[in-house]
Design a protein around this ligand. Structure first.
Ligand code: PLP
Length: 428
């Protein structure tokens, strides 16, 4: 038995399913999860000392690769002064100023501890601000595990087969309306049927959580127009895309600007951080400026702020990072496409910058229904074939992969070579 297998046996006795976040259990791809003891640059190292080139990067945060020296130094300097004060700090002000200077739709921002907290809080503010109770989300989008969002949810929820989780009350579920992504007409119909009752439309403007799905031309513009007409707040959940697709997130690429934005992952540099922000008059509804309550013992934690500030400062000062990530992403995409062709398959690859998904589906993937039409057992076999060759992918078809700046051309060549052999193996 490997050390990972032994640890998994022990873990299952004391942790539900043996993991602290469901997708980590490898249920969708078979086999046992690897227990990771260290990571460096582009590599993960497991408890049995196997090394893997990895394309998850902690589900997004590690955009500069693992154990980045600059972030390590910021954290080790910060810990000299204790770990948490529960009182305001200079770094929180600097972090807020930095985020606001980088993301122009954000005029005020509140730090929390995870993406889940960010989206839960953003929805509460939207409800408080508009005095309305319902919201619209999109099938297959994932906004963390807050009750209101576990309706037709993507990511681990769909991987585990529970997009509508038990434990969410009917009352909460009734206030969450869902529409297919990229289907403006469905949203217009929902809004019409619930006139004056919708507080917010929340979406991942580029979806990572049903695998990567891009907005079709006009979709975001249409949502913006509808929100303006109906007094609905538009919330971009940029927990994945924030500071990943540009130094201003996806909203730095599209002309459509949201009223509120949720952030996470990269803003913590690998530490647990989330944030929500937006127009001043909306954010001033948040306590203690306004009546909408939201708080946190560890919010704005000084160590997390040190890591996040180092990360954002670097990205702000080095925008060429995004050009380079796109170049490496394009090289990888082209190699994977060539591999597909050699295998006689026209599998869909959706990519933007450093995010991509290879779908085991030869039709275009534009929404949850088309994502779900992928061949999941083939994906599972491919995942294991790649792992065997030292490439660690996300253990689910319904995830985006994330490229870091630590991924070199040589490593991309190795991934492409592994892809070619793995695909042929899987296709028999
Ligand atoms: N929103 C999006 C778009 C996400 O991808 C995630 C997590 O993957 C979340 C929210 C929840 O963030 P967290 O896992 O930090 O609670």
């Amino acid at each position: 038995m490997t050390t990972s297998e032994q640890l998994f046996q022990r873990a299952k006795e004391v942790i539900p399913g043996g993991v602290n976040s469901p997708v980590r259990a490898f249920r969708a791809v078979g086999g046992n999860p690897l227990f990771i003891k260290a990571a460096q640059g582009p590599y993960l190292i497991d408890e049995d000392n196997n090394q893997y080139i990895e394309l998850i990067n902690s589900w997004g945060p590690m955009i500069l690769g693992h154990a980045n020296e600059m972030i390590q130094k910021a954290v080790s300097d910060a810990v000299q002064h204790s770990f948490s004060f529960g009182a305001p700090t200079r770094r929180e002000v600097e972090m807020a100023e930095l985020i606001i200077s980088m993301v122009s739709s954000i005029e005020k921002v509140r730090m929390v501890n995870s993406g889940t907290e960010a989206t839960m809080s953003a929805i509460r503010v939207a409800r408080g601000f508009t005095g309305r109770e319902k919201m619209i989300k999109f099938e297959g989008c994932y906004h963390g595990h807050g009750d209101s969002f576990l309706i037709a949810a993507g990511s681990g929820a769909v991987t585990m087969g529970v997009p509508d989780s038990p434990g969410v009350t009917k009352g909460v579920a009734n206030d969450t309306l869902t529409a297919p992504f990229n289907d403006l007409y469905s949203v217009e119909t929902l809004v019409e049927a619930n006139k004056g009752q919708i507080a917010a439309i929340i979406l991942e403007p580029v979806v990572g959580n049903m695998g990567l799905v891009l907005p079709e031309p006009g979709f975001l513009e249409g949502l913006r127009e509808l929100c303006d007409k109906e007094g609905i707040l538009l919330i971009f959940d940029e927990v994945m895309t924030g500071f990943r697709l540009s130094a201003s997130g996806f909203q730095g690429i599209t002309s459509v600007q949201p009223d509120l934005t949720t952030l996470g992952k990269i803003i913590g540099g690998g530490m647990p951080v989330g944030a929500y922000g937006g127009r001043k008059e909306i954010m001033d509804f948040v306590s203690p400026a306004g009546p909408v309550y939201q708080a946190g013992t560890l919010s704005g934690n000084p160590i997390a702020m040190a890591a996040g500030k180092a990360m954002l400062t670097y990205l702000n000062e080095n925008p060429e990072v995004y050009t380079e990530l796109d170049r490496i992403g394009a090289k990888l995409e082209n190699g994977l496409r060539a591999g597909n062709q050699k295998a006689g398959k026209n599998f869909t690859i959706n990519r933007i910058g450093s995010m991509y998904t290879l779908f085991f589906n030869e039709q275009p993937v534009t929404d949850f229904a088309s994502a779900k039409a992928s061949d999941l057992s083939m994906f599972g076999a491919y995942f294991q074939a790649m792992l065997k060759r030292g490439v660690y992918l996300a253990p689910s078809q319904f995830e985006s992969l994330f490229i870091s700046t630590a991924l070199t051309d040589d490593l991309v060549d190795q991934i492409i070579a592994a892809h070619e052999v793995s695909l042929l193996e899987v296709l028999g």
